[in-house]
Design a protein around this ligand. Structure first.
Ligand code: HEM
Length: 248
């Protein structure tokens, strides 16, 4: 945001954004960045609390790399298990599960594989009228068994430590990040995906090298909304995720 403000002050009169547009950009950045990243982080901590073996493996990787004292960006980004945990969570539990797009003109959309219509004809493409709202099933693509294999619905960071199934790379998923649609792609894709990934990794590095996380007795429910958020049953309105946190 400071870069945006600074560059706008330096821009020529012709290129300068008016103040209301700068404010609108700042609101978009805050809105787009906050709940997406924090809910992903909550999801990771909850999953690690329920998988103490994976939590320990990740902590060991972090402590060996010196995360307790603080490690440089490049080194943090090269930690394979940390990367696997973040990727797998963003694959299996994308904070935005469904988004839509509206074509500005009539288009014909080719299908990845043909489907059979109720009258028995084979359909290979969909003609869409301008203005038709199309739902993009982010979570559906991220967890398609046909691509990711029979365990597509399992949260398994280990899958990122060996080559991905051929079907995944051959599908050419048009997302900006790791063969998935979590951050979408194209001109309206997420501009903050690297920032989000780094923020999540830095926070995990700091927390896991000083604390352990375990589940509480309360039942956590993840509510499907614009952005998935956790609550404690039966309260569905106040986002919260209690965990037992102990100092190392
Ligand atoms: C885990 C974290 C995040 C996820 C899953 C995520 C996901 C997405 C997705 C799917 C879109 C496309 C929305 C659409 O086309 O309707 C998007 C757009 C965007 N994201 Fe992210 N995002 C994350 C974090 C961030 C962060 C940290 C920032 C900023 C630093 C950011 C800034 C933006 C902006 C500016 C847009 C464009 C909004 C627009 O076109 O109106 N995002 N994000």
């Amino acid at each position: 945001m400071s870069v945006l403000i600074r560059e706008n002050m330096l821009a020529s009169l012709e290129d300068k954004l008016p103040e209301d547009e700068v404010l609108a950009q700042i609101s978009t950045l805050v809105f787009a960045a906050t709940d997406t990243s924090s809910n992903t982080l909550s999801r990771i901590l909850e999953l690690l609390a329920h998988h103490p073996d994976m939590q320990e493996k990740l902590r060991e990787e972090l402590l060996t790399a010196g995360a307790a004292e603080g490690i440089p960006y490049d080194q943090l980004n090269q930690l394979p298990y940390l990367d696997a945990v973040v990727r797998e969570t963003l694959r299996r539990y994308p904070p935005l599960t469904l988004l839509s797009r509206v074509p500005k003109q009539d288009v014909v959309l080719p299908l990845h594989k043909p489907v059979r219509g109720v009258d028995g004809t084979l359909i290979t493409e969909l003609p869409l009228k301008e203005g038709t709202e199309i739902a993009l099933g982010i979570q559906g693509i991220n967890t398609l068994e046909e691509l990711w294999g029979e365990d597509a619905l399992e949260w398994n960071p280990q899958r990122w430590l060996s080559p991905l199934p051929k079907a995944v790379s051959e599908a050419r998923i048009p997302g900006v990040y790791a063969n998935m649609l979590t951050f979408l792609g194209g001109p309206k894709g997420c501009i903050g995906f690297k920032f989000a990934e780094t923020g999540i990794k830095v926070t995990l590095a700091v927390l896991l090298s000083h604390f352990t996380f375990a589940p509480t007795k309360g039942q956590i429910v993840w509510n499907l909304a614009g952005i998935y958020y956790p609550t404690v049953e039966p309260d569905r309105n106040n986002p919260q995720l209690p965990l037992v946190v102990s100092a190392l």
